[in-house]
Design a binder for this molecule. Structure first.
Ligand code: MN
Length: 135
């Protein structure tokens, strides 16, 4: 039986796509990378990922818009995938914008391998303690 997708990455920047590929490639998790929010929305419906790393600023459909669309679909399905917003904007309140859009967490750029691995453990790990401390 084919294994399901662990991590969907939505990121339009090629350098950051490479960074994600290098870090995630060493984890053993099954991941896919798409280049805009529209494709992320499509991939969410087709691949049913266990978590999503969502760049905020992308062409065609931003990460915030894609997250809102995913949350609408989920409201009908009664499911909720963890979405971690990824953004280079060091603006104060950026994390709040991600959370307001329906994201669960936030990962700042430049992407640090340690910080990314911590997010994977937090949202893919089955440890209830990790989830209880979320937020
Ligand atoms: Mn971007």
């Amino acid at each position: 039986m084919e294994r399901g997708l662990d991590i969907l990455v939505a990121e339009d920047n090629e350098v950051n796509q490479l960074v994600f590929t290098q870090i995630l490639g060493e984890t053993g998790y099954h991941f896919e990378i798409v280049g805009n929010g529209r494709k992320a929305l499509d991939a969410f419906g087709k691949l049913n990922p266990r978590m999503i790393l969502m760049d905020v600023s992308m062409p065609e459909m931003s990460g915030l818009e894609a997250t809102a669309a995913i949350r609408q679909l989920e409201a009908e399905m009664g499911t909720r995938v963890p979405i971690v917003g990824v953004t280079a904007h060091a603006l104060k309140g950026d994390r709040e914008r991600c959370l307001e859009a329906g994201m669960d967490d936030y990962l700042p750029k430049p992407i640090s391998p340690k910080a990314l691995l911590e997010k994977l453990e937090r949202w893919l790990g089955s440890d209830a303690e990790v989830r209880r401390n979320a937020g």
